[in-house]
Design a binder for this molecule. Sequence first.
Ligand code: FES
Ligand SMILES: [Fe+2]
Length: 340
Amino acid sequence: MYLRNTWYIAAQPSEVGAAPLGRTFLGEPVVLFRDERGKAAALADRCCHRGLPLSLGQVTGGRLQCGYHGLEFDADGTCVRVPGQTRVPPGAGVRSYPVIERHGWLWIWMGDPGRADSGLVPDLAWRENPEWAVVEQYRRVGCAYELLIDIQLDNTHAPFVHPDTLGSSAITDTPPKVRRTAGGVRAERWMMDVVPSPTFARALGTGDNVDRWLIWDFSPPSLCAFDIGCALAGTGAEKGDRSRGVTLHTMHFMTPETAGSCHYFWSVGGAPADDDVAAARKAEFSRIFAEDVEIVEALQASREAALPSRRIDVNADAPVIQARTLLDRLIQAETTDEAL
Ligand code: FES
Ligand SMILES: [Fe+2]
């Protein structure tokens, strides 16, 4: 079961160009394309004539043309042309989904279209900061989306999975402060006067001790937004002066594809707005997040292969469990609502 009445990231806007893009969300095949004004649209990826996936067709004059017998659909999913006849059968069409382009992503609403409120798209305004370089990536991952939520919110894996970049024992030695926020869960770790992790030592140009922060906000269904960084120890970062340090914002968003696969979108931003810095950052974080993907895909395979067995939790799991409990509760509430 998935949360349906919420926005999910469907694609990077640049992925939806001249050709239709087929992609499955929450188990439903969807086709994305652009109308004649360049506005993105999303339809059920199944022609109402004989059922061919519409993503195998083409976009012509801003309409989506089926690749089998040429029926054409507008951005609302209405069939507007049937080759060889003047009359379109009444009611011919396919389901359309609300989409919106914001903060550098294309979002889709898979639930009740009447409840699609553009004000509910998460605020990722930092992606538009002109003084920052922002890099991003999409990849399909062979695991349940919840496993990717878990690994992003579980920071104690860093010394073991990312030892030569973000890892440092300060993370495991410093339990976070966790609290509920208006829409989600926040965990905050301040690691004072500690050795910087390799990534931050390189960014700062020194191995001197730092005050390091790792703050995340989880917002259902799957946004994991991070404020991470460090500043030279004792220079006041915890009180708000980060001028002697490095700040990065990262975000991870996982849109379920099927029960065992998902679409993974991530982004990293920070000063300066410099192409070389951006390229180096993208290379480094691609590698770091690929290390996460290796773990979660192995976890998925292990779960599918093994008999159910006893699972234990440790203290460090508490923030992740809190976030996942919130998500489960929302899904449950939505399901109960629909059943009434
Ligand atoms: S299956 Fe689409 S036009 Fe016939
Ligand atoms: Fe990681």
